[in-house]
Design a protein around this ligand. Sequence first.
Ligand SMILES: Cc1cc2nc3c(=O)[nH]c(=O)nc-3n(C[C@H](O)[C@H](O)[C@H](O)COP(=O)(O)OP(=O)(O)OC[C@H]3O[C@@H](n4cnc5c(N)ncnc54)[C@H](O)[C@@H]3O)c2cc1C
Length: 368
Amino acid sequence: MDAIVVGAGIVGAAVGEALAADGLAVTVLDAEFPGAGTTSAAMGHVVVMDDSEAQFALTGYSRRLWSERAAELPPDVEDECPGTLWVASDEEELEHAVRRSHFYRERGVEAEVLDSAALEKAEPNLRRGLAGALLVHGDRVIYPPNAARRLLSNAVVRGALAERRVRVEAIEPGRVRVNGSWRETAIVVNAAGVGAPELTPGLAIEPRKGHLVISDRYPGFCRHQLVELGYLKSAHSAGAESVAFNLQPRATGQVLVGSSREFVGLDRSTNRRLVGRMVRRAVDFVPALAALSVLRTWVGFRPSTPDNLPFIGEVDEGVFVAAGHEGLGITTALGTARLLADLVAGRVPEIDPSPYSPLRPMPEAQHG
Ligand SMILES: Cc1cc2nc3c(=O)[nH]c(=O)nc-3n(C[C@H](O)[C@H](O)[C@H](O)COP(=O)(O)OP(=O)(O)OC[C@H]3O[C@@H](n4cnc5c(N)ncnc54)[C@H](O)[C@@H]3O)c2cc1C
């Protein structure tokens, strides 16, 4: 059976790899080149999240799949396992951390609560007087564009074709249109990220812009992925824009500072005011950041959905979607690919696919 995957971001690359592993004759097409889209703009935090049971199921499953293949990832994927410290500013947030630690431990995810003194010891550059933190062991950091390239090259080793600079103009059951001509195929997978609704009209995906800032090399500046517990408020705020403290140690010794969220379409310009807010938020948590030199700032577009869950599944006969992963597509690429390959093959997936069905009813998007 033939399959065409549209989009060679981390999701399309992972889907291509999984379908090729099942013995399908796969072609992965990208309008630009592998990893050219949101994947290149991401932080690469592979993180278990618990905003909903369905989000927990997919992130937990996918994180396990990343950990299982850690030994086979080449050095340029920069895979590390620093864990995540969810920082609590006050007692109320610390109580939330305790509740989350129970939720994780009951479901087999290793997590512990640190008090203020233990947090100071774990991350000496955090400001004094924080209430504590939730430490989630096993969360990873990878370098997303190289991870995507690796997954795609695994697909190619299994016989897949990868074509760059091929823009798909339309998708129909059994075929895709490129340069006005139709290419026939049994299976089509729309993994075009924020471009997915152009090919599957009605798919509720909207670009949610984010900025990141990267520093020069300061090895050891921080040791864990650091995120404020208020992050979820930012990630799911209905408002038009928000920032949250999110700091990542890179394998290169650099420090990656995030994150911002705004709905402004595909405007690539740097919102200096919002970056200013984002950096001030980070300096508020880590005062020593103010002394580091910054090398670069960039933007990317999270493919967001109204209920914060991706679309994974069949929308028409032989036409599948794997898109809409918002800020978790690096984390969930491997789980998405397994789920999708199981659905294509008619196998029973390891996790229930129904919460991610592209045909599920959608709440109205609330932002504006
Ligand atoms: C600032 C920021 C930080 C982030 N941090 C993290 C993080 O720490 N952890 C995490 O898990 N996630 C993170 N994310 C989210 C993550 O980057 C995305 O969820 C993920 O990259 C989506 O991957 P994708 O393959 O669906 O889309 P993309 O990477 O955008 O890939 C889609 C591909 O489709 C191609 N395409 C589009 N239309 C067509 C067409 N018509 N024909 C052919 N090709 C087409 C594009 O060229 C592109 O290469 C972050 C995102 C941002 C913006």
